[in-house]
Design a protein around this ligand. Sequence first.
Ligand code: FES
Length: 103
Amino acid sequence: MKYKKHIFVCTNERNDGRECCGEQKGMELVACLKNLIKEHKLQKEMRAQRAGCFDTCQHGPAMVVYPEGVFYGNVSVEDLTEIFNEHLVAGNPVERLRIDLPQ
Ligand code: FES
């Protein structure tokens, strides 16, 4: 099955003292996204799942939306609702939350 939107949320946990998205924060975002998708009955069109580190750790919690490949950082649960409504449903990426991938 090909989804119209496939969202990966970093749930990586580091133990070496460097910044990270953290399993707990990441999993909270994944659960919240899954709920939004279910509430709107969009399970056939969208999928949210956990992912490993994107190397954007200083901007955690981080996530990426495919097929566009748009990365978001410092995402809170409130931000997620905005990303869901504006980007995933309406198709307009939320510019203020976008981050660039390290070169
Ligand atoms: S720990 Fe999440 S991007 Fe690296």
